[in-house]
Design a protein around this ligand. Structure first.
Ligand code: HEC
Ligand code: HEC
Ligand code: HEC
Ligand code: HEC
Ligand code: HEC
Length: 271
């Protein structure tokens, strides 16, 4: 009995130690910044405390996926991160409103495309890209993704409003096409619905694995659903709204089936 208690105590001790170590690690990764130890853009901007327009931008980057993937400021803004002096480091950093900036609306597809080739290929197919190149008209990457692109700016309703400013506006700059914002709203809802169910199915797969159920079939189907969802996200950028909606709905159907079959096995009492 004592021996058993001792084993449990030892086990608990190691478990606690493991938890606290991983907690420390989790906080360290956000601020350890090993990849950025020689990056002066990051070192200097991290310490600035005003004005707002600079400090908020830095903080957005600090908690972004781009930072987690070691993408420094210079990858988008230009400039030289190896130089400590502010003026010299900024050589080539131009305000995004300036048409020479790598981040000007017209130049974003090329700048972001360095890493997001498939999305940009899809965008380039659209009439928007042509108009953006020729006349500076039409939405570009940061219209919807904001600074750090960690989220899509718009809800389905807001997306529809954004499309309306050009496609259904009384100023008659363009023909009235009320069906475009309407359809965009539905497509955004389709994307959200599918994303959510894909996540739901993922969680059930984790639970089933923890219970050591044989779910190889469900996992195969979920893999396909994820691939179709990725295609939906990419093809949204060509604005072929029917195609996107079909793909998002297909992904939804597939993950929904996975979800239902796993729920039936994990929680039969709820059926
Ligand atoms: C030694 C400190 C320092 C370094 C190094 C530095 N910056 Fe800055 N940066 C500043 C300060 C201070 C400002 C605000 C300047 C102003 O308002 O006149 C600024 C402004 C900016 C702006 C806004 C420009 C504008 O006028 O709106 C951008 C973008 C920027 N920096 C990017 C970078 C990038 C990219 C790097 C690295 C290649 C970098 N910075 C390196 C201190 C620094
Ligand atoms: C993934 C690309 C990307 C990275 C990485 C990035 N930025 Fe930006 N940044 C942008 C885009 C795009 C804009 C303009 C879009 C907008 O207005 O929202 C912008 C705008 C800014 C502005 C406002 C500039 C102005 O003149 O109004 C500042 C300041 C800035 N970024 C600072 C930084 C700093 C500092 C870093 C690194 C710590 C950084 N950014 C990393 C893409 C990036
Ligand atoms: C009209 C709005 C809009 C514009 C313009 C736009 N995006 Fe997107 N983007 C979205 C939406 C919506 C998603 C899907 C988000 C989701 O699944 O929640 C997305 C997803 C993405 C993703 C993630 C893809 C994935 O598989 O996870 C990347 C990368 C991306 N966009 C880059 C870009 C780039 C680069 C541009 C400019 C060429 C751009 N976007 C222009 C709305 C837009
Ligand atoms: C130097 C490479 C690089 C550049 C330049 C770059 N990105 Fe990314 N981006 C990444 C990586 C890496 C990820 C992580 C996801 C992945 O592996 O595809 C990512 C993720 C994203 C996501 C998914 C959002 C998230 O938080 O998960 C969006 C949207 C996105 N980028 C948009 C942009 C836009 C818009 C630009 C141009 C302003 C841009 N990126 C420039 C490398 C880059
Ligand atoms: C800043 C203006 C602007 C915004 C915002 C905008 N568009 Fe457009 N869109 C255009 C222009 C310009 C064209 C090209 C029209 C032409 O070729 O005559 C276009 C063309 C299109 C087309 C092809 C139309 C056809 O039948 O030939 C579709 C579809 C479209 N846009 C969807 C959208 C959606 C969806 C949104 C919102 C997510 C949106 N647009 C937002 C300017 C805009």
């Amino acid at each position: 009995m004592l021996k058993k208690l001792f084993v449990i105590l030892i086990f608990a001790f190691f478990a606690m130690a493991a938890i606290s170590v991983s907690a420390v690690r989790a906080t360290q990764t956000q601020d350890a910044m090993v990849e950025f130890k020689d990056n002066n853009c990051v070192a200097c901007h991290a310490r600035l405390s005003n004005p707002y327009r600079l400090t908020s931008r830095y903080a957005e980057w600090h908690i972004s996926t781009h930072k987690d993937k070691s993408i420094g400021c210079e990858k988008c803004h230009g400039g030289d991160p190896a130089i400590k002096d502010e003026k010299q480091a900024h050589a080539g950093v131009v305000a995004p409103q300036d048409s020479k900036s790598r981040l000007h609306q017209k130049n974003l597809p090329e700048t972001c495309g360095a890493c997001h080739q498939t999305v940009v290929n899809s965008f380039v197919e659209s009439r928007h890209y042509q108009k953006l190149k020729d006349a500076g008209l039409g939405p570009s990457c940061s219209t919807c993704h904001v600074h750090m692109a960690s989220q899509v700016l718009y809800t389905p309703e807001e997306t529809a409003q954004m499309c309306s400013t050009c496609h259904n506006s009384p100023n008659k700059l363009m023909p009235l096409r009320p069906e475009i914002p309407q359809q965009a709203n539905e497509v955004m809802q389709a994307i959200r619905r599918a994303n959510t169910v894909v996540m739901w199915a993922d969680r059930l797969i984790q639970q089933a694995e923890a219970k050591k159920l044989d779910i190889s079939e469900a996992k195969k189907e979920q893999l396909i659903a994820r691939a179709v969802m990725a295609e939906a996200r990419t093809s949204w950028h060509a604005f072929n709204l029917d195609v996107v909606r079909k793909k998002a709905d297909d992904a939804f159907e597939m993950s929904n089936k996975v979800k239902d079959s796993l729920r039936a096995r994990l929680y039969p009492q709820q059926q």
